[in-house]
Design a protein around this ligand. Structure first.
Ligand code: HEC
Length: 107
C-alpha cells in the first residue's frame, strides 16, 4: 500500500511538471555569468527579447564549441528578423565555455 502511494506521488509530481511546462532553471553560476556579461539584457529562457530565447537557441543543437565561436563572432544570417547581435569578444574563455556548455545541454 505504501508503495502505491509513493508511485502515485511520483506520477503526480511528474504530471504536474509536464502539464505546467515549467521552464528549465538556469543554474546559479551560469546565471551569474549571464548577468555579469549583459547577456540577459537581450536573452531570456522562454521569450524573444532583442535576441532569441535560450530555448530557441538550444533548438539549433549547436555544439558548445560552435556556441562559443558564435558569441565571439555572431552570424546574424542564422536569425532572420532579428537585429544582428553585437560580438562579445571579451568574455573570458573559461566563463564563455561554461555558458556554452550549459546552452549546448539545454533542452
Ligand atoms: C544587445 C543584445 C544582445 C546581447 C547583449 C547578447 N546577445 Fe546574443 N543575440 C542577440 C541577437 C539579436 C541574436 C540573434 C541575431 C544574431 O545572432 O546576430 C543573438 C544570438 C545569440 C546566439 C545564437 C547565435 C547563432 O548564430 O545562432 C547565442 C548563442 C547568443 N546570442 C548568446 C549570447 C551570450 C552568451 C551573450 C552574453 C555574453 C549574448 N548573447 C549577449 C542579441 C544579444
Amino acid at each position: 500500500m505504501k508503495k502505491l502511494f509513493v508511485l502515485l506521488g511520483l506520477a503526480f509530481i511528474m504530471g504536474s511538471f509536464t502539464l505546467k511546462q515549467v521552464p528549465p532553471e538556469i543554474p546559479a553560476d551560469v546565471n551569474a555569468l549571464l548577468s555579469k556579461h549583459g547577456c540577459i539584457a537581450c536573452h531570456n529562457m522562454t521569450q524573444r527579447l532583442v535576441g532569441p530565447s535560450w530555448q530557441n537557441i538550444a533548438g539549433k543543437k549547436y555544439s558548445a564549441k560552435k556556441i562559443s565561436a558564435l558569441v565571439k563572432k555572431p552570424e546574424p544570417g542564422n536569425w532572420p528578423g532579428y537585429v544582428p547581435m553585437l560580438a562579445q569578444p571579451n568574455v573570458p574563455k573559461a566563463e564563455l565555455n561554461k555558458i556554452s556548455e550549459w546552452l549546448a545541454g539545454l533542452k
